[in-house]
Design a protein around this ligand. Structure first.
Ligand SMILES: Cc1ncc(COP(=O)(O)O)c(C=O)c1O
Length: 386
């Protein structure tokens, strides 16, 4: 009994990925910068991983720079831009971005960079119209950062349309595609974006590895880390080759699974949402009117304190979350939901269920069997307090 339904927080590495990482430490430990045979073998592993990540991202391998995760990739874009811009133009960020973008933007504002947020609508969408208004209102704008898919609600942003709106003003678009990777097709080249962040552990690779995909001509950046000439002088530091090789393998598998995973996940998500509604408990599906990731369901359960629900579900062996993983453990309502205009009281009742490719129909049915009576009990308690 029990199931892991928190795949947007992190998703377990596939056995094939574990093998590649272990082999990377056992046999592929050379330094890719060395000219001898050990170094050359390491270099070829590094470049194979780059090709695999590029195939998932829909970009050229030379556009991939490996990083220590997506937090680093997002920091590298925003700080790398600000280091060159020196406060001359506005940095525009979506209102529902991950903290690795919003907190970096806040820090840069404190350092003197003009920063503004593009508002989201009630379904968490950043519309091209809202972006155009923000571009007009904050001229001159130097960079826009809007995520491909939201980690809490699963809302997908219309990246090609947003890139087109940016192009009207000659402004590059960066997109955090961490949650979209492996769940929706990515096409960096066709999207119009100038840069894109990825994270290995969200697609079955190891944590602490990621990539910044970038068209360097359209978005020149100062490097975040200075040192040796690694990664074509874009990211100094000896590469985490075992981790990167695991990322490459995970990217290859994620790409193959795009043929079946989205449909499988959508079936589970739809069953969850229908099951809850049929049960008669009070429930609202966040971002239901928007295009969403097929594996993500963000639910508001009025009268239920999310933390109580999470603890009870944990005791029953089910892993879910409320808001983002970083926010759980604190009682603060999710800033993402607040930015969508959801009142704090309702936002505190949010539950995120996110499935992975290993999630089965049976696990979902068991989950519903435990969740429904629990929600019913908690909701009755608030309507008829003892
Ligand atoms: C949308 C989004 N961006 C960035 C990150 C940060 O990625 P990493 O854990 O690789 O630093 C996460 C992880 O929670 C995420 O969901």
């Amino acid at each position: 009994m029990g199931a892991y339904l928190d795949h947007n927080a992190t998703t377990p590495p596939d056995p094939a990925v574990r093998e590649v990482v272990a082999d990377g430490l056992a046999a592929g430990w050379g330094n890719p910068s060395s000219v001898h045979a050990w170094g050359r073998r390491a270099r070829s592993r590094l470049e194979e991983a780059r090709e695999r990540v590029a195939a998932l991202a829909g970009c050229a391998p030379r556009e991939v720079t490996f990083t220590g995760g997506a937090t680093e990739a997002n920091n590298a874009v925003l700080k790398g831009f600000a280091a060159r811009d020196r406060g001359a133009r506005t940095l525009l960020v979506g209102a529902t971005e991950h903290p690795s973008v919003l907190e970096t933007a806040r820090y840069l504002r404190e350092q003197g960079q003009p920063v503004a947020e593009v508002p989201a609508d009630g379904d968490g969408r950043i519309t091209p119209e809202a972006l155009r208004d923000s571009l007009e209102a904050n001229q001159p704008v130097g960079l826009v950062s809007v995520m491909w898919a939201n980690n809490e609600t699963g809302t997908l942003q219309p990246i090609p349309e947003l890139a087109a709106a940016c192009a009207e003003h000659g402004v590059p678009l960066h997109t955090d595609a961490v949650q979209a990777a492996g769940k929706a097709p990515l096409d960096f080249a066709g999207s119009g974006a100038a840069a894109m962040s990825l994270s290995a552990h969200k697609i079955g690779g190891p944590p602490g590895v990621g990539a910044l995909v970038r068209d360097a001509r359209r978005l020149p950046l100062d490097p975040l880390l200075h040192g040796g000439g690694h990664e074509r002088e874009r990211r100094a530091g000896t590469e985490n080759l075992a981790g990167i090789a695991g990322f490459g393998k995970a990217a290859e598998l994620a790409r193959e699974r795009l043929a079946g995973f989205p449909e499988h996940a959508r079936g589970l998500r739809d069953r969850l949402e229908a099951g809850l509604r049929e049960s008669g408990v009070a429930v609202e599906v966040v971002s239901e009117a928007a295009e969403r990731l097929p594996n993500t369901s963000c639910l508001l359960l009025p009268g239920v304190e999310a933390e109580t629900l999470l603890m009870n579900m944990d005791l029953a062996g089910f892993a879910v979350s409320s808001g983002s993983a970083c926010a759980s453990g604190s009682l603060k309502p999710s800033p993402v939901l607040l930015a969508m205009g959801i009142p704090p009281e309702r936002a505190r009742s949010s539950l995120r269920v996110s499935c992975g490719w290993t999630t089965s129909q049976a696990e979902l049915e068991e989950f519903l069997e435990v969740l429904v009576p629990l929600v019913r009990r908690l909701q009755e308690r608030t309507t008829h307090p003892a």
